[in-house]
Write a protein that binds this ligand. Structure first.
Ligand code: ASP
Length: 292
């Protein structure tokens, strides 16, 4: 196959990258491959932070966020706080393809999904429901708020295409209507045909506050390598948002420059990601960036 690079967040990124790579080998477009890869994680019930099987908000409803961006033509589509549909990345893609809008939320997003023929389904899995019922007894905040979420984010690069997408159920027990970074262009993902793309995971409230992915792409535009840009953007987040106890927000970012140069950075230890260079798939583990 021609030169290609695929990368995705977390251990479940392996599934997304494997599926996407298979699609590319069959001749699919990068967008189709990206959607299929992310769908695989959305439909995996054992992943409790993405799609079906994701943990619900405090009211017991699973509200899903997703976005997709095609660097060519600078097109994007996103949905947020979507209830009742298991594959929000596919709805986000449809927003990109048929609407003039960049983001639909809540009931409007669900109405659009219905109108487009997506099947309305139960999104709360029995296991997620069980965990929510237990949580409801105490209503305790997650013991470690930083460990209560994870987004599947993926970038596919070829010499003439860059596509990026992400999908998540967000922070568990979140306030109804809470929207994280994932469906926000510039925060959870960003792509520019001439520069490259970035995708983030971690504490979405904090990632949004610093528009993390647009910063990564901007830094690459100013001449940095993907690695330098990821490190610098994560340092910026740590500088701006480390709390009084000295703990930086959890965040990790993957980036690919328009020439195929790859970078990854994280504010905390052992961030796993999948990387496929067209020959083989490897799982990497990024150590925490040292504060300045
Ligand atoms: N960024 C996502 C959110 O806050 C969750 C994650 O990536 O861990 O909604």
């Amino acid at each position: 196959m021609n030169r290609v690079l695929l990368t995705a967040t977390w251990n479940f990124g392996r599934l997304a990258v494997e599926r996407a790579f298979n699609m590319l080998e069959l001749g699919a477009s990068a967008l189709d491959a990206l959607e299929t890869g992310i769908n695989a994680v959305e439909m995996d019930e054992s992943v409790q932070s993405v799609g079906y099987g994701g943990l619900p908000n405090r009211a017991g409803y699973v509200e899903l966020d997703a976005a997709i961006m095609d660097a060519r033509g600078h097109r994007s589509g996103a949905v947020a706080a979507l209830r009742g549909f298991r594959r929000p990345i596919s709805v986000a893609r449809r927003v990109m393809e048929v609407l003039p809008h960049a983001l639909l939320v809540g009931e409007g997003a669900a109405e659009f999904a219905r109108e487009q023929g997506f099947e309305e389904e139960e999104t709360l899995s029995p296991e997620a429901s069980e965990q929510w019922l237990q949580w409801r007894e105490t209503q305790a905040p997650p013991a470690d708020v930083e460990d209560s979420h994870d987004t599947v984010g993926m970038i596919i690069w070829t010499p003439d295409t860059i596509v990026v997408g992400c999908s998540t159920s967000g922070l568990k027990w979140k306030y109804p209507g809470r929207v994280g970074d994932s469906p926000i262009v510039g925060a959870g993902l960003y792509a520019d045909e001439e520069v490259g793309a970035a995708v983030a995971t971690g504490n979405g409230d904090e990632i949004s506050r610093v528009a993390l992915c647009s910063r990564v792409v901007f830094l690459m535009e100013r001449g940095m390598s993907a690695q330098e840009a990821c490190d610098e953007a994560i340092r910026y987040l740590m500088r701006k948002r480390t709390d009084a106890s000295g703990t930086p927000p959890h965040a990790a970012v993957l980036a690919v420059r328009a020439d195929g140069n790859f970078g990854v950075s994280a504010s905390y230890a052992k961030f796993p990601y999948a990387l496929h260079d067209g020959q083989s798939l490897t799982m990497g583990e990024r150590e925490a960036l040292e504060p300045e």
